[in-house]
Design a protein around this ligand. Structure first.
Ligand code: NIG
Ligand code: FE
Length: 440
């Protein structure tokens, strides 16, 4: 990422960008609306051929057929143009669950897993989350911000324009604050927008292992107030899982954070059903995430409360579990599905939403259209941003991705390659891949 490109990204954030007409689009494909799509609506996607998009003041001023644009808006002479090269335009991907600010690497643990050890066995032997905690505690805020920025570059190149980012590898007041400040610093100089989440309840740190209550007191009485005071997080999250934080402990943390203005979201029922989905419903969380082991009662509770299920098929894939969240059951029950990478060094090291898209289609059993809604509008809604981003519609922020593909189907059909040719953020081109000319 060049400094020049970063500067342009900042201008977009300020809304001082010239008009941009994206033309020669074979198809626009996008969900519509500002609220989470559920049930049959999750698969309803607006598609229009031979299309154009006009971006004005950082927002979408027009999206429709070229013919309609010419008759309604005329020639638009002098307006900057972006030739989509006969490709497809979709909304910028929104990645609503990542653990971006970490230091170190867990590649040796990965090698152990390839040799047959499980994630939980490695964690029990002192590896896992705690090994990243050690590395992250040692790193400076500046180093962490640099790591986040590198990961944002990967994200942008794969078409992500907004992401959530959690702390949770600090597990002390100073180190959680350091992670959240690193998120803020990285986002300030990068086109990708970040939504920060406090996740001090990711694991109990070694110094509190004998008296875990003390760590919960620290989270509720010190970490949460400090983060709130500095305005460093929009959400709070807890790892509600057998052997990590119980339902009661997670509730305590999320309620305390809510009292300080941070909205709840939750890692729930990842490995075993621990009642996390029900807790998310009880608290009115914006999202419950993972849910590989969710119960029928959990699905019903989420449907009744209108909670978004953020599914992370990359985690099942990377942990070689061969079991995925029951996405079809959830859609049938009326639970809106969002998709995310879970980008972290232990259980899912990818920044790629297109990879997640492919896994959602092949392993979760979503249709192409359902997966698109999950990776854009529903993901935006899970961050409370459905009014602003997540679809290609007049009035929304102009966060758009041009794909080297004649239609949306190719996002799963032509798998394993990066189809993203151009990314537009706030009406401004912020990423251009080396483009090949389309020949047919
Ligand atoms: O979402 N489940 C908890 N946390 C991460 C894993 C973090 C790690 O292994 O470092 C997750 O999968
Ligand atoms: Fe996670």
């Amino acid at each position: 990422m060049t400094a020049g490109r970063r500067r342009r990204g900042r201008l977009a954030k300020l809304g001082r960008v010239p008009d941009l007409l994206i033309h020669n689009i074979s198809e626009i494909a996008s969900p519509t609306g500002t609220t989470a799509r559920r049930g049959p609506e999750q698969g309803r996607v607006w598609r229009i051929a031979d299309a154009e998009v006009l971006c004005r003041d950082g927002r979408i001023a027009f999206a429709g057929s070229g013919e309609e644009r010419r008759s309604r808006l005329g020639d638009l002479e002098g307006v900057e143009r972006l030739d989509a090269g006969g490709g497809t335009v979709i909304p910028g991907f929104v990645d609503p669950h990542t653990h971006l600010p970490w230091a170190g690497s867990r590649e040796q643990e990965f090698a152990q897993r390839l040799a047959g050890k499980t994630y939980m066995e490695i964690a029990a032997a002192g590896g896992g989350i705690l090994s990243t905690v050690n590395a992250t505690r040692t790193a400076s805020e500046k180093e962490l911000a640099a790591r986040v920025s590198e990961r944002l570059d990967w994200m942008l190149g794969c078409g992500t324009t907004t992401a959530e980012a959690k702390s949770g590898y600090g597990l002390s007041t100073a180190d959680e604050l350091k992670q959240l400040r690193a998120i803020r610093a990285a986002a300030a100089s990068h086109p990708v927008d970040l939504v920060p989440t406090l996740m001090a309840a990711h694991e109990v740190p070694p110094e509190h292992r004998e008296q875990r209550e003390r760590y919960l007191d620290l989270i509720c009485e010190e970490i949460i107030p400090a983060v709130a005071e500095q305005g460093l997080a929009v959400f709070s999250d807890a790892f509600c899982e057998h052997g990590v934080f119980s339902v009661d402990e997670s509730r305590r943390v999320l309620v305390a954070a809510r009292a300080h203005g941070m909205l709840p979201r939750l890692h729930a029922d990842e490995f075993v059903d621990s009642g996390g989905a029900e807790l998310a419903a009880e608290l009115g969380a914006l999202s419950a995430d993972h849910l590989i082991a969710i119960s029928e009662a959990g699905i019903d509770a989420m449907a009744a409360a209108g909670i978004i299920a953020t599914l992370l098929p990359g985690t099942s894939f990377f942990l070689m579990k061969h079991t995925y969240a029951p996405a079809r059951r959830m859609i049938d029950a009326g639970v809106p599905i969002a998709l995310a990478t879970d980008c972290n060094p232990g259980s899912s090291f990818t920044e790629s939403m297109p990879m997640v898209f492919v896994l959602a289609v092949f392993e979760l059993g979503l249709s192409i259209e359902e997966a698109l809604t999950g990776a854009t509008l529903n993901a935006a809604c899970s961050l409370g941003l459905g009014e602003r981003i997540g679809s290609v519609e007049s009035g929304k922020q102009a966060d758009l991705v041009v794909l080297d593909a004649p239609n949306l189907l190719h996002l799963a059909y032509h798998y394993g390659v990066n189809l993203v040719t151009t990314v537009v953020k706030g009406g401004e081109v912020v990423h251009r891949a080396g483009r090949r000319e389309r020949t047919a």
